[in-house]
Design a protein around this ligand. Structure first.
Ligand code: FES
Ligand SMILES: [Fe+2]
Length: 423
């Protein structure tokens, strides 16, 4: 073991290059997982809870999670969006047991003893409050105002809804980061758009959520792991692209297909032999990749935004999707995909989006390997808490890059993670 190590919270980190060598215990220790729930998901972060378009009408609701805490996003009769912890103020039962729906009555009634709450989470009804025939009932000073559901602060950012447990948090845009690089890419696909949800998929992955967080910030793996990417030219390390980091740990990876020079392609071929099979495969249905060029007024064909702690938002060709990370314990998480388009889509464009959904999601031609890579990491690290990963591609520091052969974005994640966790 290297002499320059420090022990923090039971884990050993190297004294130098702490962001480029992460002890595997962060993926396996129950104490780490529990602390993440308090310091990250319920701490000073904004968590994605859904698209506003998932609750378009007054009375609509959607059950989801912040970290592993069940919450409900609602839209009240005035059109405002709220979020509250889905835990009855009486004795702790789930109040809302449906995934989504419309609650025309406007009240959410716990099935156990039928306490009922409005869309804002305030207690509005208590059965047998005064007892029966003068017997029983709640004490005279029982105040319904003291027994509402626990509320979260909510911000609707161009149609993406974020919530925080932390009342002292600065606004979402501040959280995104001052220099605007991630913000700019986010607004590129959201701002001024009438978003329409066009599908959902859910995927349960037996891996710690942070292996997936690393994966989505990792431009290094994309052309090596994903055969389809490389073979059909959707993404190659030789393409023009780059990574940007704002707000500490929010990142964006972007690339432009068709921009690689012959020279770069041949260099790529040499170092990526396994995945470069363009000469031997063709698509039976080439319309899959036909797409519509320049939809956003530029030639960017792939953007993966990772907004910590729980959102990935993606544009690949003409597909758009948000992926919400929901931790389910130290060695499992659920990945919730919501595919969307715009209400202004013409029929041809909508069909392109629907067809290209085949690229992504749990069985997507270019994303099914991501779940599996997280799983094989989890399987291998279970007994080696104080061995370290090596995250040194592109250096050991954290900075933007105008190329795709780097892990600087992953180092950014660990830098912020350590600060929030007190390591
Ligand atoms: S636990 Fe909800 S009303 Fe009793
Ligand atoms: Fe990937």
């Amino acid at each position: 073991m290297d002499a320059r190590v420090k022990r923090t919270g039971g884990l050993i980190w190297p004294e130098e290059g702490v962001n480029s060598a992460v002890p595997y215990g962060v993926f396996t220790e129950q104490a780490v997982y529990d602390e993440e729930q308090a310091r990250i998901f319920r701490g000073p972060t904004w968590n994605f809870i859904g698209l506003a378009a998932e609750v378009p009408n007054p009375g609509d609701y959607k059950a989801t999670f912040v970290g592993d805490t069940p919450i409900v996003m609602t839209r009240d009769e005035k059109g405002d969006i709220h979020a509250w912890v889905n835990r009855c103020a009486h004795r702790g039962a789930l109040v809302c047991r449906e995934l989504r729906g419309n609650n025309a009555a406007g009240t959410y009634t716990c099935v156990y003893h039928q306490w009922s709450f409005d869309a804002r989470g305030d207690l509005v009804g208590v059965p047998f409050r005064r007892g029966l025939g003068g017997k029983g009932g709640y004490p005279a000073d029982f105040d319904t105002k003291q027994h509402g559901l626990r509320k979260l602060r909510v911000e609707n950012y161009h149609g993406a809804v974020f919530a925080t447990f932390d009342d002292a948090m600065p606004g979402f845009q501040d959280y995104l980061g001052a220099d605007g690089a991630v913000d700019q890419h986010l607004r590129r696909v959201l701002e001024g758009r009438d978003i329409e949800v066009i599908g959902h998929a859910r995927q349960y992955i037996p891996s710690n959520w942070k292996f997936y967080a690393e994966n989505t910030k990792d431009p290094y793996h994309a052309s090596l792991l994903h055969l389809f990417h490389m073979t059909f030219g959707l993404y190659r390390s030789s393409q023009v692209g780059g990574v940007k980091i704002t707000g500490g740990w929010h990142t964006v990876l972007f690339s432009r297909s068709g921009t690689d020079s012959e020279e770069a392609i041949s260099e790529t071929k040499d170092s990526q032999l396994r995945t470069y099979q363009a000469d031997s495969y063709t698509l039976a249905d080439p319309s899959l990749l036909k797409g519509r060029k320049g939809e956003w007024g530029d030639d960017v064909t792939l953007v993966i935004m990772s907004l910590m702690p729980n959102l990935v938002i993606q544009q690949i060709q003409n597909t758009l999707a948000v992926r919400q990370i929901v931790p389910k314990g130290r060695d499992a998480f659920e990945l919730v995909w919501t595919y969307f388009g715009y209400k202004t889509d013409d029929e041809e464009l909508r069909n392109i989006r629907l067809k290209q959904i085949n690229l992504i999601g749990p069985a997507g031609l270019i994303s099914m390997e991501d779940g599996e890579s997280s799983v094989i990491c989890q399987q291998a690290v279970v007994r080696d808490q104080n061995d370290w990963s090596c995250i040194e591609m592109g250096g050991r520091d954290v900075k933007d890059a105008d190329h795709l052969v780097t892990e600087t974005t992953i180092r950014a994640f660990w830098d912020e993670y350590r600060q929030l966790m007190g390591y």
